[in-house]
Design a protein around this ligand. Sequence first.
Ligand SMILES: *Cc1c(COP(=O)(O)O)cnc(C)c1O
Length: 237
Amino acid sequence: MPDSAKSELRNRYAATVMRIQSACHRANRDPGDVTLIAVSKTFPVDIVQDLHALGHRDFGENKVQEMLQKKAHLDDLGGYEDIRWHLIGHLQRNKVRHVLGATHLFHGLDSERLAREINKRAAVTGDPVDCLMQVNISTEDSKYGVPLADVDSHVELLHSFEYIRLLGYMGMARPSEDEQSVVDEFNVLRELAENHRDIIPEAIISMGMSQDFELAISAGATHVRVGSAIFGSRTYS
Ligand SMILES: *Cc1c(COP(=O)(O)O)cnc(C)c1O
């Protein structure tokens, strides 16, 4: 990567970190309680290396194959074992076995069938898989995520699997110019986390992307997933 691109990346990263800190101050929250996940999907692996050199460790990918390729490349180079890979996209059941052991946190657990498959595969290795339940908080018909009406039953159900550690929730707000409607959707996720504190006491709340992470922080996000604000716009998704 040329030096000019490197310094631009550095600036965008620093600006994002500062925006997170400001949003925390405005919300009276400790910036240490919000984890930035840099979403590197569609971008070449050298941007991961550049951000790693700046001290960043949490990276998000939405496709299994792409995450594994980047991870394998960096594992070959050595020195990147401390990266925490977040799988933030939909996971097909036939790919579950590939991601076990490679994923720090899976954000897209949204069905009993998928949970069964993860549990079955993880039982073989004996290592539980850290997962977030993806909830369909947006008012539009989203393909993925547990519907709000099914959340209560699913928290108990997904929590009950021996080899799944259900650590919290993930959601995406419907993009809108109307900030209040975005905040309202984020609030739904935080409120359901509060409502199930008996099952998950200190839940991770993964919400907020480039366009809305400050609103997500104001509504209680513990993890924000930010891609284009750091890396620039993507040519495909
Ligand atoms: C791509 C993606 C992001 C990051 O989106 P940006 O708009 O680039 O910040 C966050 N979460 C999920 C689930 C994604 O697929």
